[in-house]
Design a protein around this ligand. Sequence first.
Ligand code: ZN
Length: 243
Amino acid sequence: MEITVLGHRGAFPGAGEATSGYLLQSGRSSILMDCGSGVLSQLFRYIRMGDLHAALISHYHHDHIADLGCLQYASLVTSQLGQREAPLPIYAHAQSERFQSLTMKDATVGYEIQEGQRLELCGISFEFCPTIHSVHCLAIKGELSGKAFGYTADTSYSKQLSDFFNGCELLIAESSFYADQDASAYGHMNAADAARMASEAGVSRLILSHLPHFGDTNDMVAQAQEVFAGSVELAYIGARYEL
Ligand SMILES: [Zn+2]
């Protein structure tokens, strides 16, 4: 399984950047995880629309779904051009009125995911766990051939999530603030929170993502390394991780 970062920024993208988006690939299968602002233009650097099998959405905040409408248009247009055979399945929780909008005639079909469910997609086994955020949000875990990754989506520090990610090799964790800032007040984590979660989960590799627009994000690596003994890296567009 290969994970490519399509967007690593929180809230809004800087010039040439994108907010949350990750491409999961296994063999010839491709799954998009979150579809933030700028993600589509990054996605099409790697695959064509006809090769995308499904999209997985953690929650309905703009920085995770801003490009979803255009993804639906892309699916519609490529279907009409004969480059897609079936509507694109979009998996997301249904605890929002926005769930209904995931289905667009001849383009996409929304499917509900929920806590405790196991979803098999392209051979990858997914599980979901609620996070601590201002709206309902699901963290995602994916496993293939005994190798697993975790994605916190947006959350404050949560012991439940540390437990959920137990057994994962790689953790993509949101790090929206620096270690000396209280991120929990905003429903987010700082670099130390992310590192604590990685340490408790026992992962070997921590990727800090959903990065802020202030300060020097390189400082976050040092801050995380004070708490977590494994490898710590900053996510960047085009970064690829193999599992
Ligand atoms: Zn976000």
